[in-house]
Design a protein around this ligand. Structure first.
Ligand code: ADP
Length: 480
């Protein structure tokens, strides 16, 4: 069995403990043994990143461009292999895995370009003879804590801008999917990063993650994960001395509004893709279908028919539409919420049962509830699985009110052929991202990603907006 070590200061560092990475499509398949680090490992990685920062922060844009571009080229050339690694450890289908690996390569290329596009501003002063210059500088050592649902894209969209703008990095990937992040770090290091610029320490959030947060030499934390962990991390960053900059991407309870005038086929595709592809394990997944009276029955019937044709099976098998749930804990959570939905009085219209396949895995038939009231727990709490519910409404105004009646605000979708309603929805949906006739999940990589209310905290990720988090502004005044 392959063993994967932490990479600290450019060296493979063996850890006292290891954790087994299991394939959720076949729990007999052990992918490898991955180091499970300690506080001492995290502190050593931070020390290496701190030591590497002065020289790295002074590299030219061309040096940073060359490394990011080279890494991008390798990721794209190996996208099939990386996609397979990803699908094997996370359980999303192979096309989804290859798509995500491709996305990681594209992100690296985008931020290679950002090293060259990145500039400052100059202003005339309000005082005679004085000029004012605004520049941006890297912030230092950035700690990154990432979740399991996008094992290579999320590390890529945090690491690439951090490096492009001259920062050094310690990343702790989610414990259950370390292989993809490890591969990305390996590719970047071999592309020519100086030792210590990019370090990976794998292991438990409560041990390695906590040690990164507690280390005073870490200037900033970028986190994607659950609301509870995010809230704790933000509080710790503010309480720290010195205080840390913090960026959080957390949950969603994303609505998809379907109006009477929607194209039914478009609405059903948006619903299936948004709620159930990637096994519903996306923070941008739609879990609340808010459907007006006139189209409700036709929408439910067409969606059910579409669900009946979906193949839930091994992520690596050709023809699979939906892979397994990521692990036993998540499966338990999905089943718990299906039971809660029934107890609350919603109707389990389709699916929701455990499935047996050739190999033992965490297979769950997608679940569709109808008769969901927006006060029910299945409409308010993030489930993070292939579970969605339909709420019937009288018209657009009620649909918008219910769409916004949530503590989250990541993505909001509407299916309509009306310019009036789509325009109104774009202006009034309380979400960071709005989708018209598109699934709530599925975004571009060159524009900002993030939400509002309980979904996100701090500056946006991705695109040129990423610089708000990964740089700090300096205003210089000169009398000449
Ligand atoms: P989920 O597993 O539902 O995505 P979590 O918030 O539990 O959400 O995990 C996201 C990331 O945060 C993972 O890398 C996890 O190891 C890490 N993490 C969990 N608990 C802590 C903690 N107390 N301190 C730091 N990191 C943590």
């Amino acid at each position: 069995m392959s063993a994967f070590q932490n990479v600290i200061g450019g060296e493979a560092v063996s850890a006292a403990n290891a954790s087994r990475n299991i394939n959720p499509s076949n729990t007999n398949d052990v992918i490898g043994e991955f180091a499970s680090g300690t506080k001492a490992d995290a502190d050593a990685a931070v020390a290496a990143a701190k030591a590497a920062f002065p020289a790295w922060s002074r590299t030219t844009p061309q040096e940073r461009y060359d490394i990011l571009k080279k890494a991008s080229d390798e990721v794209l050339a190996r996208k099939d292999e990386l996609g397979r690694i990803l699908s094997r450890e996370e359980g999303k289908t192979l096309p989804e895995g290859i798509g995500e690996a491709t996305r990681a390569g594209q992100i690296l290329a985008f931020f290679a370009g950002e090293t060259l596009r990145f500039g400052g501003e100059s202003f005339p002063s309000v005082r005679p003879g004085v000029s004012v210059e605004i520049t941006r500088e890297p912030i230092g050592v950035v700690g990154m804590i990432t979740p399991w649902n996008f094992p290579i894209a999320i590390p890529a969209w945090k690491i690439a801008p951090a490096l492009a703008y001259g920062n050094t990095v310690v990343i702790k990937p989610a414990e259950i999917v370390p292989h993809s992040a490890w591969m990305l770090v390996d590719i970047l290091n071999r592309a020519g990063l100086p030792k210590g610029v990019l370090n990976i320490v794998m292991g438990k959030g409560s041990v390695v993650g906590q040690a990164i947060i507690d280390n005073p030499d870490v200037t900033a934390i970028s986190f994607t994960g659950s609301v509870n962990t995010g809230r704790r991390i933000a509080a710790a960053c503010v309480a720290a001395t010195p205080m840390k900059k913090v960026q959080l991407e957390m949950g969603g309870k994303n609505p998809l509004v379907v109006l009477d005038d929607a194209d039914l086929k478009t609405a059903v595709e948006c619903a299936v893709n948004g709620a159930f592809f990637s096994t519903g394990q996306r923070c941008t997944a739609s879990s609340r279908f808010i459907v007006t009276d006139g189209i409700h029955d036709a929408f439910v019937a067409a969606l059910t028919e579409r669900l009946q044709g979906l193949v839930v099976d091994d992520a690596l098998k050709a023809g699979t539409h939906i892979g397994p749930v990521v692990d036993q804990g998540q499966l338990d959570q999905d089943e718990k919420y299906i039971a809660i939905g029934r107890d609350e009085g919603a109707k389990l219209h389709w699916g929701g049962e455990r499935l047996n396949r050739e190999n033992p895995g965490f297979y769950l038939q997608p679940a569709l509830f109808t008769g969901v009231a927006n006060t029910m727990r299945i409409a308010r709490e993030e489930i993070f699985g292939p579970v969605a519910g339909v709420t019937r409404v009288k018209g657009y105004d009620e649909a918008l009110a219910i769409a916004n009646d949530t503590e989250f605000g990541l993505s909001a979708g509407i299916c309509t052929t009306s310019l009036k309603y789509s325009t109104h929805f774009k202006r009034n949906a309380e979400a960071g991202m709005v989708m018209v006739n598109l699934p709530t999940a599925g975004v571009d990589y060159h524009v900002p990603f993030g939400g509002r209310k309980g979904s996100s905290y701090g500056p946006r990720e991705q695109g040129a907006y990423a610089r708000e988090f990964y740089t700090t502004v300096k205003t210089s005044y000169t009398l000449a």
